[in-house]
Design a protein around this ligand. Sequence first.
Ligand code: SF4
Length: 139
Amino acid sequence: MQKDKWQLLPSCSKEAEGLDIIFTCDGAASVGQVGHEVAVKLTKEVEGARMCCLSAVAARSEPHVKIAQRARKLIVINGCQNRCASKILEQLNIKPTYEITIAKEGVNKQPTLDFDEADVERITKKIVEDVSKLPDRSE
Ligand code: SF4
């Protein structure tokens, strides 16, 4: 895609209170890659949803920890039952609004970076439906 057609995203640090922030483990396996693609799809297609840098939170980058604390809703996507993304937030006592584990949603963990687009569609839809029923953290 040409650079002038790129979709610019809202600033996580300036607008966290008005955003549903998404953290995903981005694991190097089928389930991690499905989670990554789901986060990208939510960011590109759902108003107010915005993927943010989980590695920066794990590295204790202060602005990123604050984004996690300030987010309107906090959505966490784990690839498998190791729950690496959730554990990073638990270590900081930050409670997500919503957590999901791709390996429990009918996707097998396999040593591949390839995945089925239908799984991405299905799980994205589920997250949108589930999260729409949850209150903002400030409520
Ligand atoms: S949750 Fe599973 S897929 Fe994700 S980084 Fe951890 S071990 Fe890898």
